[in-house]
Design a binder for this molecule. Sequence first.
Ligand code: SAH
Ligand code: SF4
Ligand code: F3S
Length: 470
Amino acid sequence: MNKSDVIATLAQREYVNKSLDLLNKKENETGKRLTASVITFGCQMNARDSEKLAGILVASGFELLEDTEDADFVLYNTCTVRDNANQKLYGHLGEALSRKKKNPAMMVGICGCLPQEPSALEKIKKSYSFVDLIFGTHNLYAFPEYLSRLLSGERHICEIVDHADNIVEDLPVIRKYPFKSGVNIMFGCNNFCTYCIVPHVRGRERSRESRDILEEIVKLAGSGVKEVMLLGQNVNSYGNGIDGEISFPELLKRVCDIEGIERVRFMTSHPKDLSEELIQTIRSEEKICRHLHLPLQSGSTRVLKEMNRRYTKEQYLDLALRIRDEIQGIALTTDIMVGFPGETEADVDDTIDVIRKVKYDNAFTFIYSKRMGTPAAAREDQVPEDLVKTSFDRVLGCVQDTAKEQSMRWQGLTLPALVEEVNTSLGGYVTGRLSNNMIVHFPGDASLIGSIIPVVLEECRGFYYMGYTK
Ligand code: SAH
Ligand code: SF4
Ligand code: F3S
C-alpha cells in the first residue's frame, strides 16, 4: 500500500467512529438499533464488494439483516452488464418506494456499476428521486464518509467519480461464508470487448500488489478460510503495469503455499492471455481446483473479431482441447452470447460446433443486450428478435446436452466435497461443492459445514449429484 492509500484508509476509520457515535445516540433515544441490508446484483466482484459494504455497515454500528423488509437502510449494490440487471433494480426500487411511504425515515442507497453509466444515473435521479445515497465503483472505499453524512441528516448524496487513483486496502469485511472467500487481485478491465460495459463502469485494469494479496490470504487462512477465489475480469493479465510484479501462475503457486488454504479457484480467464505456464501450474498444484471458466462468447471467427475478443475459433478450440488433454478431470465452463449485431445462422452453427467439440460441463448463455456507449450498440445491423430467439434455443439445447453428458462422468467416483450449507429443502442433508465446481447433496448435519470430506457420487441428477459418505 502506498502512503496516500494509507491516509485514505485512516480518514475512513474516523468516519466509521463518527457513525458509531451517531448510531449509539439514536439507540439511546429510541431504544432501537438501526438495521441495514445489502442487496447484491451481478458478478463475484460485486459479491465481494458487498462483503466490504456489510463490513463497513457493521463497523459503523448497524445491525445487519438478510432481508430488506424491516431494514432502516437498504443498499443496492448494482450491476448493469445487461439490461435485465437494470430492470431488476428498478423493480426493487418500486418496492422500496412503497415501504418508504409507510416509513419515511427509511434510507435507500444505490452503489456499484449501474450509477457509473451516465444514462442509468440520470434515470435514477429523475424517476427514483427518493433515493438518499448514490455512489459508484471507484469510491466504494469512501462509503463510511457517505454513511456518516446520511446519519447526520444529509439527503440526496450523489458521489460518482470516473476513475480510481488508488486501491484502498484494509476495509472491514463481513464474509458471507466463514470457510471460503473471494479475494480481489485486480480491478477494472482494459479489453474493451465491443459489446461490454464493464470497462466503462469499472475503469482501467489495476492489479493489487502481490504482497497485499498474499497478506490478506494469510489472514483469511488464520481465520478459518480453506478456499479462496482470486477475482478479476481477466486474471491472466495479472501484474501487467506493475514493475517487477510476479505473473498470475506465480501468484497462484504462492497462494497454494499458504498453510491452511486447501482450495484455490480463480475467475475469469480471458482465452487470449491464458499461458502454457498457467496450464502447467494448474496441472502441478493439487490445491488448484479442477475447474476453468473460459468464456467463448461466440464460435465464429468473424463475430469474435467484431467483438474484439482477439482469438479465432481455431485458437480457442486448440486451447480448450489442450487444457482437457493436459489436466485430467478438469471441468470446463463458459459464457456464450447470442444475437451480437450481424450474427447469422452460420455464425451460430460455428458456436454450436465449438460447444460440441469442447463439451462444456456447464455454460451460461446470454442474449446480447445493447449497452449505451459501446461500439456494438451503435451498429445498425442489430439481429431481429425472432432470429435471436431461435438461435438462443438452438445454443441452449446443445449446451444442455453436452452438460448432461459431462456431468454423468463422475458417477460412482468418490471425490472430496467442501460442505457449504445445510440443505434447506431436504431434511438431514447437507450440500457440498466438488473441486470441479459440481454440487453434491448427501446425508449430514450443520457440524460438517466448512469441512472437506470424501463423498461417493451415487446418482447424477442432471447438474448435481446425490451421494453419501462412507
Ligand atoms: N470478464 C469476463 C466477463 C465479465 S461479464 C470475460 O471477459 O470473460 C460476464 C459475461 O456477461 C460475459 O462473459 C458475457 O458473456 C456477458 N455479457 C457481457 N456484456 C454483455 C452484453 N452486452 N449482452 C449480453 N451479455 C453480455
Ligand atoms: Fe467485458 Fe471483455 Fe472485459 Fe470481460 S474482458 S469484462 S467481456 S470487456
Ligand atoms: Fe455487473 Fe459490474 Fe460485475 S456490470 S457483471 S457487477 S463488474
